[in-house]
Design a protein around this ligand. Structure first.
Ligand SMILES: Cc1cc2nc3c(=O)[nH]c(=O)nc-3n(C[C@H](O)[C@H](O)[C@H](O)COP(=O)(O)OP(=O)(O)OC[C@H]3O[C@@H](n4cnc5c(N)ncnc54)[C@H](O)[C@@H]3O)c2cc1C
Length: 433
C-alpha cells in the first residue's frame, strides 16, 4: 500500500541508524511533527538534540495524514473556557488556535517545499442539527476575532462542488499541505541547525541513571538530561502506561487519478481542506496534482484493503456523483490517537521526562504546537506561562476492551450507513445520513 504522499514527497535525505554511544542535552523518541517540532525549537535555542525513530521518517501519522491544517481542537472555545476557567481557558484557546500560524510560519521561515495552500478549512454539515452546532461555533470564534464565516447550502455547494451538504463554515486560518514533505522539511531544518536524527532506531529501553536518561536502541544508546516521548498513536510497550492513555484508531485514505481540468474547476476550486460532520467523519481535499484525496475512519489491520477501500469509493460517489467511474491510484492507512477527554495531552512524567500526544485527528497543526510547547517547557518556561496544562497520565480503564469497543462501534456505524444507502437507493433518493 503506497501512499500518495510517499510517492510525491520532496526527496528525503539519507538518515543514519544509531550505532554506538551518543550524548546530547535532549533525546526525543519519535520523529513525527511532535518530535521534530520540539527538536527544531530546541535547536533554534542552541540546544544539542538527538531524535530517534523506530521506522523510516514519515511512516507514522505525520507522513500518512490528510494534510489538512485545522485550527483548534475538538472542543469549542467556550467549552475550553468552561473546562479550564476564564484565564487559563482563554490562554488555551489562543494556544490551540495558533497552530496554522505556526505551521505556515515554519514553512515560510525554512522555505519548506510542501505545496502549502492557506485558503481555509471547511466543515460542512450533514444535518440541520449539526448546522445549528456549527452556527454556535462560528459565533464563539467570531467573538474572539477569528476570520470565520457561516455558509449556507448554496455557498457550501459552490466551494465544495457537492450538493450533499445543508450548510457549514469556513475557517480562513486553515489550509492544506503535502504532509510528508512538511515533515521532511522540518528534518532538513533540524539538520541545518546541528540536530541529529536517527531512523530505524527504536527505543527499546528507557531508564534513569545518575541524573541522566539513557535510551537504548538495537545497536546503540544515548544519554541525555531530558527525554521526550513523541510517539502518539504508535506508542508501544516502552512506556506501557502512556500507550494506554490513547485509543489508536485506524484511518484510511484513497486518492483518485488526477481529475480533468473541468472537474478541478468545480470541485474545491479554491483548494480548501474539508472535514464533514458525518458520524464516521469524512475528510477530503485536492492534491497539488489535482487528485481527490478522501479519508474516513475504518481501516482495520486484518481487513482486506479492498473492503476498506470500497467504503471510500462509495463515499466519493455519494458526495461527488460527477466522479462516477473515476480511477483510484492510491490507498493507505495510519493510526490516529484518540483521548477520552478529546484533548491533546502534555505529561510531565518525572524529572526531565515529558510526553505530548493525543491529537484526535487534528495533529498537523496541534502536534507542531505541542512540539513547541515541549521545547518551551524544557527551556524553562513555567507551567503557568506555557498556555497549555500539563496533566497527570491517566490510562484508560479496560484499555484493551475500549480499543476493541470503539473499533466495533465504527464497524457497526459503517453497516448502518450502508443500510441507509441501500434503503435510499430503493426509495430512489440520495441518503441523508
Ligand atoms: C490517515 C490519517 C489521516 C489524518 N489526517 C489528518 C489531517 O488531515 N489533519 C490533521 O490535523 N491531522 C490528521 N491526522 C492526525 C495527525 O497525522 C497526527 O495527529 C500527527 O501526525 C501526530 O504526530 P506525532 O508526531 O505526534 O506522531 P507520529 O507522526 O505518529 O510519529 C510518532 C513516531 O513515533 C515513532 N515511534 C514509536 N515508538 C517508537 C520507539 N519505541 N522508538 C522510536 N520511535 C518510535 C513512530 O515510528 C512514529 O514515526 C491524521 C492521521 C492519520 C493516521
Amino acid at each position: 500500500m503506497q501512499s500518495l504522499w510517499g510517492a510525491t514527497a520532496t526527496p528525503a535525505f539519507t538518515l543514519p541508524e544509531l550505532k554506538g554511544s551518543a550524548r546530547s542535552q535532549v533525546v526525543i523518541i519519535g520523529g513525527g511533527y511532535t518530535g521534530l517540532s520540539a527538536a527544531l525549537h530546541l535547536c533554534e535555542s542552541g540546544m544539542d538534540v538527538v531524535v530517534v525513530d523506530a521506522a523510516e521518517l514519515g511512516e507514522g501519522g505525520s507522513g500518512l495524514n490528510g494534510g489538512q491544517v485545522i485550527p483548534g481542537v475538538k472542543h469549542d472555545p467556550d467549552t475550553l473556557e468552561q473546562m479550564f476557567g476564564p484565564g487559563p481557558g482563554a490562554q488555551l484557546v489562543e494556544t490551540v488556535a495558533s497552530g496554522p500560524d505556526l505551521v505556515f510560519g515554519l514553512i515560510q521561515k525554512y522555505q519548506i517545499d510542501c505545496d502549502p495552500i492557506r485558503s481555509g478549512w471547511i466543515q460542512p454539515a450533514t444535518s440541520e442539527s449539526a448546522l445549528a452546532a456549527i452556527a454556535a461555533r462560528v459565533g464563539q470564534w467570531r467573538r474572539r476575532g477569528a476570520p470565520v464565516e457561516l455558509l449556507d447550502r448554496r455557498q457550501v455547494s459552490r466551494l465544495i462542488g457537492s450538493e450533499r451538504y445543508c450548510g457549514g463554515w469556513l475557517d480562513r486560518r486553515g489550509g492544506t499541505l503535502q504532509p510528508r514533505s512538511f515533515l521532511f522539511g522540518l528534518a532538513h531544518a533540524i539538520g541545518r541547525l546541528g540536530g541529529r536524527i536517527f531512523i530505524r532506531s527504536a527505543a527499546i529501553k528507557l531508564e534513569q541513571a545518575g541524573g541522566q536518561w539513557r535510551v537504548e536502541t538495537p545497536r546503540g544508546q544515548i544519554s541525555a538530561a531530558v527525554a521526550v516521548l513523541a510517539t502518539d498513536a504508535y506508542t508501544g510497550e516502552l512506556v506501557d502506561r502512556l500507550r494506554k492513555t490513547v485509543i489508536a484508531l485506524p484511518s484510511f485514505q484513497v486518492a483518485t487519478e488526477p481529475l480533468p481540468q473541468a472537474l478541478r474547476q468545480s470541485i474545491l476550486p479554491q483548494r480548501q481542506g474539508v472535514s464533514d460532520t458525518w458520524h464516521l467523519l469524512r475528510y477530503f481535499r485536492l492534491s497539488a496534482d489535482g487528485r481527490l484525496v478522501m479519508g474516513s475512519r475504518g481501516y482495520f489491520g486484518n481487513a482486506p484493503v479492498a473492503s476498506a477501500a470500497r467504503h471510500h469509493y462509495r463515499a466519493v460517489q455519494e458526495i461527488f456523483p460527477q466522479l462516477h467511474g473515476v480511477r483510484y491510484d492510491y490507498h493507505w492507512g495510519g493510526l490516529v490517537a484518540m483521548t477520552s477527554d478529546h484533548l491533546p495531552h502534555l505529561h510531565e512524567l518525572g524529572p526531565g521526562l515529558l510526553a505530548g500526544l493525543g491529537y484526535n485527528g487534528r495533529g498537523v497543526a496541534m502536534a507542531t504546537v505541542m512540539g513547541r510547547l515541549l521545547a518551551r517547557r524544557i527551556l524553562g518556561v513555567s507551567s503557568e506561562e506555557l498556555g497549555f496544562p500539563a496533566t497527570p497520565m491517566r490510562p484508560i480503564p479496560l484499555h484493551r476492551f475500549s480499543q476493541i469497543g470503539v473499533r466495533l462501534a465504527i464497524e457497526y456505524l459503517q453497516v448502518v450507513a450502508g443500510l441507509a444507502r441501500t434503503r435510499a437507493r430503493l426509495l430512489g433518493r440520495r441518503a441523508t445520513a
